[in-house]
Design a protein around this ligand. Structure first.
Ligand code: CP3
Length: 346
């Protein structure tokens, strides 16, 4: 096993590494010309996600280019709402659009029952990729948090403020909770099947954590993340798989994520690193959090920013280098190489 890659799992187990393991959120994506070439063969993004051989190739692209220390399944968080019959498609320049969103409480009752078998294409991608990937490189599986999936499913698209979602939870709190329960169970079944199919680590993306006030966050999001983590740690098949939670700017105290069932907290860009270390105190490893916008700066700024983060975490038990949110399509792939070299030469 190569030293760097063994380090990713070791870091998740709260062991300090001389060189932090490195991967980046959305590492397979539109900033890569080889991704855009494959993407041009598909009109609908979800059709591409439903083609395991292609997804496997996309997972491998950033690994081959940068030798990252972890690979992530190529898919999307919206596969679950799609399997619930909400009719997800991706419209060029607009992001996801639902043809059948949850507009009223009855829509939750009428919704198709979740059947994990309907996401067979994702497990196929996991199996194929696990076979293709160097056995020393861990494969990350993922799901959206129940709250983030509910927000897209109610809103029916991306949105700046998610006003429909906010009024749904205010007007129909019991129905919202019912929906979040369904999504929590679906996430658990889905992640379990990913683990059975070969993924080594799980990341939960709470990308719309920032929409909620503190008390709403605890009630509508964190509570369900906790339930999901509990289910994963109570199940004999999933209990040994390390877990990462990434939440975008949640309005609660970071200490709320200091959970026995959680291996690693993924820090959003705005998280203060010293504060995070003081709160988590080595109970969880930490992942993050270079601002993706730094990759638009010149090489000197990138190298200095990387050095600063690495020196901040030098004594922390279990640190994984990542961005503070996904890489954006406007980044020059050469800048990612500068980042990778800076992390490893530090
Ligand atoms: O390497 C990887 O990380 C690729 C796998 C991956 C994708 N989406 C591929 C993708 C992962 C882990 C995701 C997660 C995801 N999807 C999140 C959570 C991460 C985050 O950024 O907070 C969210 C919120 C989504 C939902 C989603 N998917 C949106 C809103 C969009 C459209 C917006 C946009 O950037 O255009 C997507 C599409 C999507 N998912 C793309 C990729 C590579 C771009 C689609 C394309 O090529 O047309």
């Amino acid at each position: 096993m190569s030293e760097l890659n063994r380090n990713f799992i070791a870091a998740l187990n709260r062991k300090s590494q001389k060189i932090p393991p490195l991967w980046i959120m959305r590492q397979a994506g539109r900033y890569l010309p080889e991704y855009r070439k494959v993407r041009s063969n598909f009109k609908n993004f979800l059709d591409m996600c439903k083609t395991p051989e292609v997804c496997c190739e996309l997972v491998m692209q950033p690994i081959e280019r940068y030798d990252f220390d972890a690979a992530i399944i190529f898919s999307d968080i919206l596969t679950i709402p799609d399997a619930l019959g909400l009719g997800v498609s991706f419209v060029e320049g607009k992001g996801p659009i639902f043809s059948n969103p949850i507009q009223k409480p009855e829509d939750i009752i009428d919704m198709r029952t979740f059947n994990a078998d309907n996401l067979d294409y994702v497990y196929k991608t996991a199996e194929l990729t696990r076979r293709e990937l160097d056995k020393n490189i861990p494969l990350i599986g993922f799901a959206g948090s129940p709250w983030t999936l509910a927000a897209y499913s109610i809103e029916g698209s991306s949105s700046k403020n998610f006003d429909l979602t906010k009024s749904f939870i205010e007007n129909h709190p019991d129905d919202a909770h019912k929906f979040l329960e369904i999504l929590t169970d679906a996430c658990f079944e889905y992640l379990k099947r990913q683990i059975i199919s070969g993924v080594d680590v799980i990341q939960i993306f709470d990308s719309w954590a920032n929409l909620l006030s503190e008390s709403q966050y605890l009630e509508y999001s964190l509570d369900y993340i906790k339930k999901l983590l509990k289910k994963l740690s109570a199940d004999t098949i999933t209990s040994q798989t390390p877990t990462i939670v990434f939440a975008r700017d949640p309005k609660c105290d970071l200490a709320e994520f200091k959970l026995d069932d959680l291996s690693c907290y993924g820090m959003f860009t705005s998280v203060n690193r010293t504060h995070a270390m003081n709160i988590f105190e080595g109970s969880q490893s930490l992942q993050g959090n270079l601002d993706p916008k730094i990759l638009l700066e010149d090489n000197k700024v990138i190298k200095e920013s990387v050095s600063k983060i690495i020196s901040d975490f030098a004594d922390y038990p279990g640190f994984i280098f990542n961005l503070g949110h996904g890489i954006t399509p406007d980044i020059d792939p050469d800048k990612v190489k500068v980042l990778v070299d800076a992390v490893r030469e530090n």
